[in-house]
Write a protein that binds this ligand. Sequence first.
Ligand code: GLY
Length: 425
Amino acid sequence: MRVLVIGSGAREHALVLSLRRDPAVSALYAAPGNAGIAQHAQVRPVDPSSAEAVVALATELSADLVVIGPEVPLVLGVADAVRSAGIACFGPSAAAARIEGSKAFAKDVMAAAGVRTAHSEIVDNPAELDAALDRFGPTWVVKDDGLAAGKGVVVTGDRHAARDHGAELLEQGHPVLLESFLDGPEVSLFCLVDGETVVPLLPAQDHKRVGDGDTGPNTGGMGAYTPLPWLPEQTVTAIVEDVVKPVAAEMVRRGCPFSGLLYAGLAVGAAGPAVVEFNCRFGDPETQAVLALLDSPLGELLNATATGTLAEVAPPRWRDGSAITVVIAAENYPGRPRLGDVITGATEATQDDAAVLHAGTSLRDDGALVSSGGRVLSVVGVGADLSEARAKAYDRIASIKLPGSHYRTDIGLAAVEHRIAVPTQ
Ligand code: GLY
C-alpha cells in the first residue's frame, strides 16, 4: 500500500513513524512534511489546503491511501476531492468536518443525539456581549466559533479578560461562543469512526495551558500522556456508548456520515462525561503518546476506516505501559514565536522508548536544523509506568538545545502523584 500523509506537525511525524512499522505499507510519502519527517518518509511540497494540489500529488505518486492530518484541509473539502479522484482517503468530508469547523453545528448534533455538553450561546454583535456574559460564569468560557487551533479559547474567572477576548473576536468578524464551565478532569478519546462503527483508541490527557501547574494562556497543547491511571475502566465504554456512537448515528441520519478520526474532548465530572468539543482529526500532541503504544499495523486500521470496512478488522492491540509527550516550544509561544534558532541534539536516530518528533523545524541552506514554528518538537517517552515514561522523555529533552525555548516540566505529574480523580457526587 502506497500512503501519502498530508501535514507538517509532530502529529504527522507520529503517524509516519507508525505507518513505517506496518509491513503492508510499501511506500510512504508526506507533504509538506518537515525536517524530521524527511528522515522517515519521502517529503514533497504541497499546499495542504489546496484540493487540486493534493489530488495531483496523490495521483502522481499512485497513492492507494491519503491520510489527512490537520483540520483545515478537511473543513475545506480536501478529503472529498481525493475520494472523487478514486483514491481512498482517511479523513471526513467537509460536511462531516463541521463537527469541528462549526461549534454551533456540533452543539446541534449533540442536542439531537442526546449527548451531555456545556450549555452554550452564540453572540454575534457587541451589544449582546455584556448581557450574555452576565448569564454565564464565573468561570467564563469564551470561544471562537470556528477553527482557532486551541488558541481561540479563553477560560477565565476574570470578567474583563472574558469580555476583552469576546470583543476582540467580534471585531475580527468572528461569532463568539459562550459556554458554561464543565467541572472534572479532561479526557481526549480518539475513535476511528466509519459510519456507525466506532473503535476507541487509548484515552489520553492534554495539557493546554502554557505553564506548569496549568498557568498562563491556552496553547495548541504542551504535552500529553496515556493511558489515564485515574480514569475508571468503564468510563471509556460509557463515552463510546453514550457519546460517540449516538453522535456517529446522528451524523449518518443527517446524511453526513463521519469517516476518519473523531476526537471527543470531554470533562469527566460527578454526573459522568460531558463533551467540551469534538475535533475531526487526530489530536496534537495526544497522538504522539497514543501511537507510541500502538502494537497493531496503523495502515490497516486507517485503510479499513477509509474504505468502509472498519467493522471487519481486529480491534487495535496496545503495548503495556505508559507514554508521554512533552512539547518544546519556541520563545514567546503561544504569542508570535521567535523563529530561525538553531536546534541541536534533536537529530539523533529515534529510539523506540524516547523519540523526538518534529513539528516547527526546517533545514537551513547550510544544513543546520532551525525552528520554524511555535511548537517545535514533541519528545515522547515510553516506560513500564508513567513515572518511567516521564523520566525517559525528560532525560531526552535534557540533550536538546534551542535558545529561548520552553516546555512544561509537569506533564503527567499530577497523575503520578495521584492528584487527579473523577469527582464523586
Ligand atoms: N490536543 C488539542 C487538539 O488537538 O486540538
